[in-house]
Design a protein around this ligand. Sequence first.
Ligand code: EPU
Length: 302
Amino acid sequence: MRIENQALIGRLKELGVELRPAVPLKEKTSLEIGGTTDELLLHRYDTIPEVMRLLADAQVPHRFLGGGTNVLIPDGELPWVVLHLPAATPGVRVEGNSALVDASADLGGMVTFCAKHDLGGMEGLIGVPGSVGGALRMNAGAYGTQIGTWVREVELYRAESGEVETLRGDDIRFDYRHTSFGPDDVMLRVKLELPSQPYKEILAGIRVCNEKRRASQPLNQKSAGCIFKNPSGGSAGRMIDELKLKGHRVGDAMVSDRHANFFVNLAHATCDEMLRLIDDVRERVRAAYGVELENEVIFWRN
Ligand code: EPU
């Protein structure tokens, strides 16, 4: 989608919003799939309510893109503009046992930064790609750790009120890959409270998790991590593997031959190929096990 309304472009400029025309989103996603649209880079968090009002008034549909590591985006010209918070490096400030983190900070970078300040608890998250905001929204987790455990406060743009608000950790529900945030809420900053631990010990834990991940996941291929959530008490990866679907392909979209719940883009997979592969595997698992797998990857439906 192109923003052509000159009055809107002028107002966005005054607010310090950077307009990047016709950005191919395949360059911004770990699957390397996604069509083209205008991108708005929000350099200042406090402008978000005003930007949202302007877009609503001008009837410009929008979507928010975080780290791009857990989304599947359609091809072609997209019907929304994309909003993005430029990455903050490191985007973390430590005060005692608290870490104040910008949503746009890199998740792994944040874990390492905290570790260097002798704050642990997040070792399991080290290899999870993506931004802190995306991790929060999905309650990202691995190896027994989930980010929600450590959240004390979240500053966010609430779509419902159209304002920036601060929520206490206790007032947010963090479930398995699901949270009580609204679908259009935008994470801005988070305050984590972390256990003190010597850097050396944390580093040892980080190494163990990295090792496990390297041994079981296709880290060098284009993927969005696990495609399906694990069903209660079960493992999507194990079921798909048992059905001998590793290497199963639709065009350039393939079930990884390393971890069956990772679907990889071999070269130039389209969104449609990936969707067909997802549906096909879901159907085969349903037929064999009577289990309906739910997507873990977020599909931007047109
Ligand atoms: N398994 C197979 N074949 C496979 C893959 C797995 O038999 O191809 C078996 C494993 O041997 C193991 C069981 O399935 O007995 C579980 O596998 P694994 O330990 O790899 O964990 P997972 O349940 O498949 C979850 C998360 C991952 C996270 C790992 C490590 C989900 C959907 N996935 O995977 O998260 O990295 O645990 O904690 O919850 C993600 O969210 O995108 C993601 C990759």
